[in-house]
Design a protein around this ligand. Structure first.
Ligand code: 1CP
Length: 400
């Protein structure tokens, strides 16, 4: 096998005909691009067969296995992007923090990191410790055509911190919020360390050649906007800036669940593409994001001919608080936002949902409110979704 190092800085692929990238560039894609969060793993029988005797986190450090699992849904469903098979806690594991992924539960940390001493004792992470990740990305790229992109990813510091502090999945984020508000200095110190891990994790994937990256702040929606901006946004912003510096022009996607109230602030951290969960209509999402980006949405669809500025309600201060995004109103690409539960509700219902979604986003594009749209779910594929229902939905999306 070829020996590569995480520093070997493979050049990025040039993919003029990839529909996913065409949509992000604001071109007319050769077909409507679609991929699904959590498309790898979970619902696929061929995944369960491969993983039968390998623990989840171990599989992430086996390059051939991780590459094969990444490619399975692309082969089976003909989606336009592969999401790299890994996990948001992989950089923690690579740094030597005792962490496991327990089947049916999720990431579990034996000794939660919830006070200053534990935060100060966190190890550092060097790119060499992620060599298998670099290798897995290289192997995956060998299996993709030049119309299929590979999306690298990381969890954002808040979402990763919640597992470290709580010791596992939580429905309340009680301890996380207690640290954030009760000991802000320690909170910021933890976020600093995690930001460094995450930038290292993303740079390893970027140097190995991924075509885009997605930053998952899955649980940010548990925070009010004020806390999000004070305690979380500056770190996500730093990560997007580091990616832009490492790979100018590499598309950057941001996503979280139940983030309807945060879409504007999240967009200000600097992504090119905003993932939207299924609770928010795409037209409302575009409006909120454009308002935050600092100007009124110029849409012939708006009832009032009004020249009133959406930005006058405080979005200017958003920009001042967070620093300016590279994007202007109308410039953002949206990703999402079919309800994952409806993938299993039968062809009539999912086809109706797809039609509503693409009618809405086509109109947003035509009226200059968004630059493009990538079809996805509003969160991950539910574990008991039938593979055939996914394949069928992809074919419908390509045909409308
Ligand atoms: O044994 C198994 O199959 C474990 C299930 C599983 C899988 C397939 C876990 C445990 N992680 C993964 C892979 C994974 N995780 C991917 C790549 C595959 C793909 O997307 O197709 C990605 C992008 C993730 C990212 C991830 N892990 C997120 C962010 C995305 C999201 O869904 O919000 C989060 C929050 C995690 C933590 C995690 N890892 C695994 C589980 C079950 C969870 C969530 C637990 C919880 O509810 O807190």
């Amino acid at each position: 096998m070829t020996v590569t190092t995480p520093h070997s800085g493979a050049s990025r692929r040039n993919l003029p005909h990839a529909p996913f990238l065409q949509a992000i560039r604001g071109e007319q894609p050769s077909r409507r691009p679609v991929w699904f969060m959590r498309q790898a793993g979970r619902s696929l029988p061929e995944y369960r067969a491969l993983r039968a005797n390998v623990a989840m986190l171990d599989s992430c450090f086996q390059p051939e296995l991780a590459a094969e699992i990444t490619l399975q849904p692309v082969r089976r469903h003909d989606v336009d992007a592969a999401i790299f098979f890994s996990d948001i806690v992989v950089p923690l594991k690579a740094a030597g923090i005792p962490i496991d992924i327990v089947p049916g539960r999720g990431p579990v940390v034996d000794m939660p990191v919830a006070d200053r001493a534990a935060i100060d004792a966190l190890p550092s992470l060097a790119p060499e410790q992620l060599a298998p990740i670099h290798e897995a990305v290289r192997l995956t790229l060998d299996g993709l055509t030049d119309t299929q992109v590979l999306i690298g990813f990381a969890g954002a510091p808040f979402t990763v911190a919640s597992y470290l502090i709580e010791g596992g999945p939580t429905k309340t984020h009680q301890r996380t919020k207690a640290l954030m508000h009760g000991d802000p200095e320690s909170w910021h110190s933890l976020m600093r360390t995690l930001t460094d891990y995450i930038i290292t994790f993303l740079k390893v994937q970027i140097n190995a050649g991924v075509d885009a990256i997605q930053l998952f702040d899955s649980w940010a929606g548990f925070l009010p906007d004020r806390d999000y901006r004070t305690f979380v946004a500056p770190y996500s912003q730093e990560i997007f800036a580091a990616v832009a510096a490492a790979a100018p022009g590499l598309p950057r996607i941001h996503f979280g669940v139940t983030t309807g109230e945060l879409l504007g602030s999240m967009a200000l951290t600097g992504p090119d593409v905003m993932g939207v969960d299924w609770r928010v209509d795409m037209a409302a999402a575009a409006q909120r994001i454009n308002a935050a980006l600092g100007e009124e949405v110029h849409s012939s669809l708006r009832q009032a001919a009004g020249t009133d500025s959406v930005g006058a309600d405080g979005s200017a201060s958003d920009a001042a608080l967070l620093g300016s995004s590279a994007h202007q109103p109308g410039d953002i690409v949206l990703q999402g936002n079919l309800d994952p539960a409806l993938l299993a509700a039968g062809p009539t219902i999912i086809d109706r949902e797809i039609n509503h979604l693409v009618r809405t986003t086509d109109e947003l594009i035509a009226t200059g409110q968004i630059r493009g749209h990538i079809v996805n779910l509003g969160h991950g594929v539910l574990p008991d979704t039938r593979a055939e229902d996914i394949t069928r939905a992809v074919a419908t999306i390509h045909s409308v």
